[in-house]
Design a binder for this molecule. Structure first.
Ligand code: FAD
Ligand code: FES
Length: 277
């Protein structure tokens, strides 16, 4: 059982959860994730580690409500207990002195890239955040990113936004303005990862995506997170989650992510005690 220290709403549909997890906090590195179970009946779901505090012994994740498990997490309060929390899992992100790095983030990805931003800054990179949000009020943690980033660019569908479009369509313009991008890192929904990878491919910019296939055990044993990268089979939980976005077989990833759609809808209806429409 893992104690919930904080559970709060950041913006509509996106919540923060801070857990007492001293072992994870001591070992965690940017790009890694935890597997959590809200209660004994819940599925195990992966959440990126958004922050940690080794002194307090706490780990923070940020999640978007999409189905039953995330809905359950959003109902927890400080003092409640999670049935299980395991981690840190996955390979840490590769962080180096790359030069100019563009971080592209949407929904939970803004929080997921936060530890990498902090570390990239420490290593002296020039950092630009390109945040993809439907509308400006949905942007969270701007204050945190201001500490690390040289520029924050918003791609939103608001009239008057700097880029009134999706982040993937703004990448080329940001690259042209900067003159040179040495690396792009992307986190958020699978469509954002794929679209940004397609946008950077013709520009020849190395692009690392934090891949999000369905995971079950998170330790390389079940095969649920199988994906194809550069023609080879990889398990995202142990070989990733970071991969070269230009090498990912995106159609396969989308197919596998949608494998349980019917069960997910049924589960949510059961949880909300509603029958299917
Ligand atoms: C390495 C990794 C890190 C992630 N980090 C975050 C994060 O920091 N914040 C966040 O909000 N989300 C994150 N996700 C996605 C998150 O795990 C799913 O949104 C969550 O599992 C959905 O569960 P649900 O029951 O609420 O929704 P469901 O209704 O069960 O599923 C909704 C959709 O989420 C995906 N999904 C469902 N179950 C899983 C699963 N076990 N593993 C992965 N994807 C699943 C499927 O595409 C599905 O169609 C991450 C995924 C991966 C693989
Ligand atoms: S989640 Fe089971 S092998 Fe990756």
């Amino acid at each position: 059982m893992t104690e919930v220290l904080v559970r709060s709403r950041l913006v509509p549909n996106i919540h923060l959860i801070r857990l007492r997890a001293p072992g994870i906090a001591r070992a965690c590195r940017p790009g890694q994730f935890i597997m959590v179970m809200a209660d004994p009946e819940s599925e195990r779901i992966p959440l990126s580690v958004a922050d940690w505090d080794a002194d307090e012994g706490s780990v923070t994740a940020v999640f978007q409500i999409v189905g039953t498990s995330t809905r359950k997490l959003s109902g927890l309060a400080a003092g409640d207990r999670l049935h299980a929390c395991a981690g840190p899992l996955g390979r840490p992100s590769e962080i180096g002195a790359f030069g100019t790095v563009l971080l592209v983030a949407g929904c939970y990805g803004l929080a997921a890239l936060h530890p990498a931003a902090r570390e990239l800054r420490r290593q002296g990179n020039r950092l630009i955040l390109l945040a993809d949000v439907k509308s400006r009020p949905l942007l969270y943690w701007e204050d945190r990113y201001r500490r690390f980033c040289d520029r924050i660019v918003l791609a939103s569908r608001d009239p008057g936004a700097a880029f009134q479009t999706y982040a993937s369509e703004a990448v080329a313009a940001v690259a042209a303005e900067e003159g040179r991008l040495d690396r792009v890192m992307v986190s958020g929904c699978a469509y954002l990862l794929a679209a940004v990878s397609e946008a950077t491919r013709p520009l020849g910019i190395p692009t690392v995506v934090s891949l999000n296939p369905i995971m079950v055990d998170g330790t390389g044993m079940c095969g649920a997170c199988r994906c194809s990268v550069g023609g080879s089979t990889r398990f995202a939980c142990v070989d990733g989650p970071d991969f070269d976005g230009h090498q990912v077989d995106w159609p396969e990833l989308f197919r596998r992510r949608a494998a349980y759609l019917e069960e997910e809808v049924r589960s949510l209806c059961r949880f909300e005690k509603e029958s299917l429409p």
